[in-house]
Design a protein around this ligand. Sequence first.
Ligand SMILES: O=C(O)CCC(=O)C(=O)O
Ligand SMILES: [Fe+2]
Length: 331
Amino acid sequence: MSNSESYPPEFRPLMSEKSTETGLDRSKDIDIPVIDMEHLDMEKLREACKDWGIFHLENTGIPLTFMSQVKEITESVLSLPFEEKRTLFGVNSPLSYYWGTHTVSPSGKAVTRAPQESSGHLFEGINIPLASLSRLLALSCTDPKLESFRVVMEEYGKHVTRIIVTLFEAIIETLSLELSGDQKMGYLSESTGVIRVQRYPQCTESPGLEAHTDSSVISIINQDDVGGLEFMKDGEWFNVKPLASSFVVGLGDMMQVISDEEYKSVLHKVGKRMRKKERYSIVNFVFPDKDCMFNSTRYKPFKFSEFEAQVKLDVETHGSKVGLSRFLSNP
Ligand SMILES: O=C(O)CCC(=O)C(=O)O
Ligand SMILES: [Fe+2]
């Protein structure tokens, strides 16, 4: 089987086009802050959140050998034939396979966008709602590859959850916010966390993922060395240069509300890539509990489930997310 058969059929003509590769625009390279999780510098963290909304996180305590395992199993599952992925991660699976849409709901199901907007962005992925991993057990009995995927992702989820709790506590401290245990649990709900493994074909003519902010509290991105992640700062796009053995942390919309706009969610996208190679990324979205209430000065009080429902409606009807501006108290 050629590699192109593992991609959705509509990607294939675009992938085989002879590309006049321009590659990544290196003039947009910039060094984002690097936060050392073992020796947290609170002032540096505050600046990273306030001025950037995106930073590298290193020394997270995840063994390198385990990270290689994560990469290996992710690549092998995403490289399965297209039809097999559709079947394995179709209606009967707690996971979902999607392509060409970036929106994910806490249920882990991809939201279908209005058709006029869906062309040109070449990426695919599998949504793994953390709460449903155990239900994968039933499916994995029949497929050893799925069993390893489940085991590795469960372990990965535990590591990332540990990182998230430490990081969130620290961010809250930089804001001098006093939150009760229940509030913290509501913001970092285990029931709504989603891991998403994604693949972008080797193709430099088409972009990967369109510009968006995440609806999450925080997103932890594990990108490989192919590059292509870009973010907006002061009205300009910059590249996030891959940094080995580290994660990219992006602040999401809910952090913008929790911090009362002291910190902003970061606008990001996946553009052209550095090399003629497929790109893989693993993103962990930390979502609040569905019933979690958000009260702030700039926005009308809302429940996270209301925010999600609005995003879903906007994507389905207009083709893209409108986001927090829908909830402004004085639009
Ligand atoms: O693939 C990446 O590096 C980023 C993906 C992303 O932004 C998303 O899935 O929301
Ligand atoms: Fe994102």
